[in-house]
Design a protein around this ligand. Structure first.
Ligand SMILES: Cc1ncc(COP(=O)(O)O)c(C=O)c1O
Length: 388
């Protein structure tokens, strides 16, 4: 039973393989357990909706070698943020020509390394980045990332990435002038964009720029629609196939036919394939009058749950005591850092019987957890990962 979202919450996604395995094990530290078959199901479901668009899995969401290997076998392409991620994809058997170097912020020497390794497609959102690519990967294909003005996503990726429309047009010209091949545009609608209809304003903005670029004589063939495909965190979402099909329908309605579409799902591919097993370290109150209890877990903001920043992502917690009476709890991590609080503005309803040592499962945590986990903040080990 789901202790988190109250009576209105839809039931959770069934994960029988994870549940059986987790129930049979003891854990002495917080552990992310991933069902790689579930990743395959998500890949197939997204691919069914995306049609002829290529999936470039966003490796940053979870680079576990077993995931990369399975996706390689299934024919997935990859979006890598760094030399390290490219190497992990190559180690998993991916061909370099299906790996894009999608970070707009790259070291010159890493671009040269990637070029030598056979990577041919790079992202940029600034002239200086184009200079670096031209110098270190001469003749490479590039796509220009556009800034997304508004986002309804739970985890927006605005401001830091992309350039505005006028600059994008100049960038396409500039890329040509330095000998690169500017093949297209990219954007990211924002991570955890819960409904496909939320893509419409962004697609409308982008299509204006796409048309202006074509009118200016740029032979654009590639639209990279980024990630944003949601995971289930307690609020009903469409199935991956329906969601992806709707997004592609919106793209086609807005842009017409495009020779090559790339999608870069991260969260939507792996989140629901993972569960974190953690335990209660302490339950306390700050005074006799305190209406809230504090529940301190063995995992926190710095050991994998970074996306609780601003309480943006609200995970679903489960305990063996679900069904007992509940009360409002502030949930915090174990470190000696006062920022290590997960949910305080909107406390969680957790069982009043909860006590230290109790196991807590945190559902649908396969994305953006292990990669965010610090190496030894306060001496806590990084989040352990087990792939089954
Ligand atoms: C360039 C790029 N592509 C794809 C993704 C994956 O996004 P999501 O996990 O929302 O699918 C990200 C996430 O940060 C990204 O930066």
């Amino acid at each position: 039973m789901n202790a988190f979202a109250g009576a209105a919450a839809p039931t959770r996604v069934p994960t029988p393989k994870l549940d059986t395995w987790v129930a049979s094990q003891d854990f002495d530290k917080p552990t992310l357990v991933i069902d790689v078959d579930r990743v395959e199901e998500q890949y197939r479901a997204l691919k069914a909706g995306l049609g002829h668009a290529d999936i470039h899995y966003a490796v940053k969401a979870n680079p576990a070698p077993e995931i990369l290997k399975r996706l390689t076998d299934l024919g997935s392409h990859f979006d890598a943020a760094s030399k390290g991620e490219i190497q992990m994809c190559l180690d998993a058997g991916a061909r370099p020509d299906i790996i894009s170097f999608g970070n707009t912020i790259k070291r010159a020497s890493d671009i040269a390394w990637a070029h030598a390794a056979g990577i041919t497609l790079f992202a940029a959102d600034a002239p200086e980045e184009l200079d670096k690519i031209a110098a270190n990967a001469p003749g490479a294909r590039v796509y220009i990332r556009l800034i997304v003005e508004t986002s309804e996503a739970d985890w927006p990726l605005t401001r830091k990435f992309g350039c505005d429309s006028d600059m994008a047009l100049d960038m396409l010209d500039y890329a040509k002038s330095v000998g690169l091949s500017p093949v297209g545009l990219s954007f990211h609608v924002g991570s955890q964009t819960r409904r496909a209809e939320m893509w419409k304003p962004t697609l409308d903005q982008l299509s204006v720029i796409w048309k202006r670029a074509k009118d200016a004589g740029h032979d654009l063939t590639l639209l990279n629609i980024g990630g944003g495909f949601p995971a289930f965190y307690g609020e009903a979402i469409d199935t991956p196939t329906d969601y992806a099909a709707r997004v592609i329908a919106l793209v086609t309605e807005t842009f017409g036919d495009i020779p090559q579409i790339m999608a870069e799902p991260g969260r939507g591919m792996v989140a629901e394939a993972g569960v974190i097993v953690t335990e209660v370290m302490l339950v306390s109150r700050k005074s006799d009058r305190d209406v809230h209890r504090w529940v301190y877990l063995s995992i926190g903001r710095f050991s994998g749950l970074a996306e609780t920043e601003g309480e943006a992502i609200r995970y679903q917690f489960e305990t063996d005591r679900d069904g007992d009476a509940t009360g409002p709890c502030i949930v915090a991590g174990p470190s000696c850092d006062s920022a290590d609080v997960l949910y305080e503005k909107r406390p969680m309803q957790l069982p009043l019987t909860l006590t230290s040592g109790d196991r807590v499962l945190i559902r649908n945590t396969g994305a953006y957890t292990s990669t965010y986990s610090s190496v030894s903040f306060n001496g806590f080990p990084p989040l352990d990962v087990v792939v089954i």
